[in-house]
Design a protein around this ligand. Structure first.
Ligand SMILES: Nc1nc2c(ncn2[C@@H]2O[C@H](COP(=O)(O)OP(=O)(O)O)[C@@H](O)[C@H]2O)c(=O)[nH]1
Ligand SMILES: [Mg+2]
Length: 273
């Protein structure tokens, strides 16, 4: 059981909601490896009818057909959606074009009065989905703080990315849904939940069981193990020479290896949803 909803998130969610009246749209940054699981049902309710642009970020870490499947899913739901690799500046520019497209009616209405409308958008999403990275890619010089850890962004930062577009970086918010353990597992594996809140071994065991069903070849190749063997973590420890005193396989180290290799895309293009 992952206890993953820290108290400060309630405050973050409240602040995010309070800011909504000042914005034209919301850029909802999802992790493309689990876009459905990185949707916050509580946030969904708060956003109501506010215009949203879904960004399926980190598309470089999933296969092209999964990317297309997910974009279609959101578009079929009636949303504007774009897949992106926000570490890449030219990709990030497309996000701005989509945002302008989403706000085209307002821009036109102001233009008719001779005014160039400034679009203000709040950037939201679970921790570690790449919100700050995306904003930085839109700037000549990085301004938003990033990090491969949840909770790097604190406080309020409005950032002008063009003379007519301002983005507000927000701290990522999780939600207090303790009922869905699979979702919690995926968010932990993605690095959206602080690591002191879950057990690496538990997450790695669950991850390997999922990967072996969908991506057995990738896993076997990466760790040089066989798909038949039952205790994958032990096999990985042995294969990597991760041993404790007395020749006992270091399961915890093997678990950490699986998690970090997944996060950096070293196992392969893996989709969790
Ligand atoms: N592979 C890949 N990594 C990304 C991408 N965008 C962000 N990251 C990485 O994801 C981690 C979290 O990014 P950050 O912007 O701090 O996330 P935030 O918590 O949502 O603001 C960092 O290590 C980034 O380098 C992307 O499009 N592709
Ligand atoms: Mg951030």
């Amino acid at each position: 059981m992952i206890h993953w909803f820290p108290g400060h998130m309630t405050k973050a969610l409240r602040e995010l909601a309070a800011e909504l009246k000042n914005v034209d749209a919301v850029i909802y940054v999802l992790d493309a490896r689990a876009p459905i699981s990185s949707i916050n049902p509580q946030l969904d309710e708060i956003l109501g009818t506010k215009k949203r642009l879904f960004v399926l970020n980190k598309k470089d870490l999933i296969a092209k057909d999964d990317e297309q499947r997910f974009v279609k899913y959101f578009e079929d739901e009636g949303f504007t959606c774009i897949a992106a690799d926000s570490g890449n500046k030219s990709e990030a520019k497309k996000i701005i074009a989509k945002l302008a497209e989403l706000n085209a009616p307002d821009i036109a209405r102001y233009a008719a009065k001779g005014v160039k409308k400034i679009i203000r958008a709040e950037v939201v999403g679970v921790p570690n989905s790449g919100k700050s990275t995306m904003i930085n890619s839109l700037l000549p010089r990085a301004k938003a703080k990033t990090g491969d850890k949840p909770g790097v962004t604190r406080g309020k930062q409005w950032i002008s990315v063009t003379p007519h577009i301002e983005l507000l970086d927000t701290p990522g918010v999780l939600y207090p849904d303790f009922s869905d353990e699979t979702k919690a597992f995926k968010l932990a594996l993605l690095g959206s939940i602080k690591d002191e809140r879950y057990d690496d071994t538990e997450i790695a065991v669950q991850a390997l069981s999922l990967f072996m069903k969908k991506y057995p070849q990738e896993v076997c190749k990466r760790f040089n193990i066989s798909a038949e063997k039952g205790n994958y973590l032990e096999s990985i420890a042995v294969s990597r020479g991760l041993m404790m005193k007395g020749g006992i396989p270091d399961i915890e180290k093997a678990a950490k290896t699986v998690i970090t290799d997944f996060r950096s895309g070293l196992i392969g293009k893996i989709s969790l949803d």
